[in-house]
Design a binder for this molecule. Structure first.
Ligand code: BDR
Ligand code: CA
Length: 309
């Protein structure tokens, strides 16, 4: 059985990615580590625990992580996901609790206890993973691979014209991870806006399932749907974290990708958080990341419907 560790700033689309992972029979989620990003780390921990309880398959340990990015104040996204991050569902306090161990130590522990076996999926800012690496650099060698929701690929950003949210919140963390030598795949926001966007027909198909998890999915994305309409004039919603989760679970779903040398803009106020992709080897540096550009959207949507059924 493949083993996953998921690092998340749990809000609506993170929650749907957790549903996919915890309902997929071919993988075992060994641990969930939580980071600030969409929300404070405490609200994100609550959302992760509530989501695990709603899924009701099994309950991996949940570890609380960093409450702020490495260098900058926390920039949150209630304007995208609602004041609770869950479409204003305002769920009651979960029965479960986070573990005592800190997320940074949990990342190190789980990678080192499963040498070359653990696949890490990051769905939020990379603060936890970067600091775990600075504390124990051997994780770069012992992790099997790291699938990241982040960056804007070759397209525009969603926080600034050039920066995607997860990378904008903690660009220094991304730079540390890019220089670490970990085997990295980035699935940018562009993939979910262009290819796997959930349109009105998809919403009808999800609603028709009439399962607790299909209801949960449509409720927790309510504010995200409003945001897509007001910001982009599109009916429906994007699923960046589930798209990255799909690449992690079913690598053969990838339709286009390329290896490149990538680095982060961390100095400029205008372009802070931009992932710079050296597509045509201007720097003549070895590739440090694979950029996913497209996945099989039909198969993605089919799998999503199956796992919500
Ligand atoms: C990313 O930012 C967050 O709002 C989402 O959860 C996703 O991880 C998309 O830019
Ligand atoms: Ca996220």
């Amino acid at each position: 059985m493949r083993k996953f560790l998921i690092d998340t700033d749990t809000a609506s689309d993170d929650a749907i990615a957790l549903i996919m992972a915890l309902r997929e029979p071919t993988i075992q989620v060994e641990a969930i580590t939580v980071v600030c990003g969409n929300l404070t780390v405490d609200q994100a921990v609550k959302n992760a625990l509530n989501t695990i309880e709603a899924i009701n398959t099994y309950a991996p340990p949940v570890y609380r992580g960093m409450h702020k990015p490495i260098m900058r104040p926390l920039f949150t996204s209630e304007y995208v996901h609602g004041s609770d991050g869950m479409g204003n569902m305002h769920l009651p306090a979960p029965a479960g609790k986070a573990e005592d161990m800190h997320a940074i130590d949990a990342i190190i522990h789980h990678i080192m206890a499963n040498p070359h076996e653990l696949e890490v999926v990051t769905l939020g800012p990379m603060t936890n993973l970067a600091l775990a690496y600075l504390k124990e650099p051997r994780i770069a060698e012992y992790v099997k691979r790291v699938i990241v929701m982040g960056g804007q690929g070759l397209g525009p950003g969603n926080v600034t014209p050039v920066a995607e949210f997860n990378f904008y919140v903690d660009a220094e963390a991304v730079e540390i991870v890019l220089q670490s030598g970990m085997p990295l795949t980035f699935v940018g926001w562009d993939v979910s806006m262009d290819k796997t966007f959930i349109d009105e027909g998809d919403i009808e198909r999800i609603a028709a399932l009439q399962t607790p998890l299909s209801d949960f999915t449509l409720s927790c994305t309510k504010v995200l749907q409003e945001h897509n309409l007001s910001q982009y004039g599109r009916r429906g919603f994007d699923l960046p974290d589930p798209t990255a989760m799909a690449v992690a679970i079913w690598p053969d779903m990838v339709r286009a990708e390329f290896e490149t040398y990538g680095y982060m803009e961390t100095k400029s106020e205008q372009t802070y958080g931009q992932l710079i992709i050296d597509r045509f080897h201007v720097h003549q540096k070895p590739a440090n990341v694979t950029i996913c550009q497209e996945i099989d959207a039909n198969r993605f949507k089919q799998k999503l419907l199956e796992l919500l059924s």
